[in-house]
Design a protein around this ligand. Structure first.
Ligand code: C2E
Ligand code: CA
Ligand code: CA
Ligand code: CA
Length: 279
């Protein structure tokens, strides 16, 4: 084994050097992506079980690069964040989502909201609320139709600032959802300090919930928590009818996941809304 020592070191170095080069190349490609129109948004329908209607969609970013093909957001969003590009791309997302949502007027059987993911880095900007307000105005979108999705870690980075930002956004009429709920380490204190309007139950608790006692206990607690706080709760990543029925039976009324629909292009989303009969 001793003779493998130096070899091992060499290989690790080579690997990390390659990884570094790959990452750098990815970053360079991402720098050109906005300019080259390589980003687009998909819209995943959100359904209210009580009315059986589509109530809105979550906007999800897609990157299509001519050389790389479709790259997963799980891969490129962390790079956008660390390269300091997420602010600019995030603003592009917000703008595109608001423009799209404006075109949904009179489409649904009720108002359709658009939910936009916002990274911690975007909250660092002192004028973030002004940017959001201007974007709404530019597209004449009613603030009540925009929802911001934040993870608890994004909100917890600077709680004092987040508190003030929430007040400003609420003043405008914008709703704020806590994303991936239960996956961080400060979920409960985040809920106590910050006035979230909605909890999104993370997919990991939804998967096979109908026969997993641990997930059942967690989902029931989150649903009770939302009820106690007087806020809404949505289950995400619902893939199977059994999951949907179990959650509905236990008091969850908003849903999102492949069981209902994958994320769709703008036109497809509009057809989905028009064609979807109540559940
Ligand atoms: P997220 O906010 O938790 O979004 C939900 C993810 O679950 C999406 O992955 C969606 O396509 C996927 N999904 C939806 N239904 C199902 C299902 O039934 N089963 C399974 N297995 N997956 C489902 P996606 O689009 O790959 O996005 C991954 C993450 O990237 C998002 O997780 C979000 O954190 C981030 N992201 C996406 N778009 C944006 C954006 O515009 N800005 C920022 N800051 N982050 C974004
Ligand atoms: Ca989200
Ligand atoms: Ca989520
Ligand atoms: Ca997630």
């Amino acid at each position: 084994a001793g003779t493998e020592g130096p070899l091992q070191v060499q290989r690790v170095d080579a690997t990390s050097a390659t990884a570094e080069r790959d990452r750098y190349a990815l970053e360079q490609d991402l720098r050109g992506a906005l300019h080259n129109n390589e980003f687009e948004l998909r819209y995943q329908p959100q359904i209210d079980a009580a009315s059986g209607r589509v109530i809105g969609a979550e906007a999800l970013l897609r990157w299509h690069n001519p050389m790389r093909g479709m790259v997963s957001p799980g891969l490129f969003i962390p790079v956008l964040e660390s390269a300091g590009l997420i602010e600019e791309v995030g603003l592009w997302v917000l703008n595109a989502a608001c423009r799209e949502a404006r075109s949904w007027h009179r489409l649904g059987q009720g108002p359709l909201t658009v939910a936009v993911n916002v990274s911690a880095h975007q909250l660092d900007r002192p004028d973030i609320h002004t940017l959001i307000k201007r974007t709404l105005e530019r597209h004449s979108l009613r603030a009540g139709l925009l929802e911001i999705e934040l993870t608890e870690s994004a909100a917890a980075a600077d709680v004092g600032r987040a508190e003030r930002l929430f007040e400003t956004l609420h003043g405008l009429g914008i709703h704020i959802a806590i994303d991936d709920f239960g996956t961080g380490f400060s979920s409960l204190s985040a809920l106590r300090v910050l006035a979230f309007d909605k909890i999104k139950i993370d997919r990991q608790f939804v998967t096979e919930v109908e026969h997993r006692r641990d997930s059942q206990a967690i989902c029931q607690s989150i649903i009770a928590l939302a009820r106690g706080l007087g806020i809404r709760v949505l289950a995400e990543g619902v893939e199977r009818q059994e999951e949907y029925l179990w959650l509905r039976r236990h008091g969850c009324s908003e849903f999102q996941g492949y069981y209902f629909s994958p994320p769709l292009g703008g036109t497809e989303f509009q057809s989905f809304v028009c064609n979807s009969a109540p559940l």
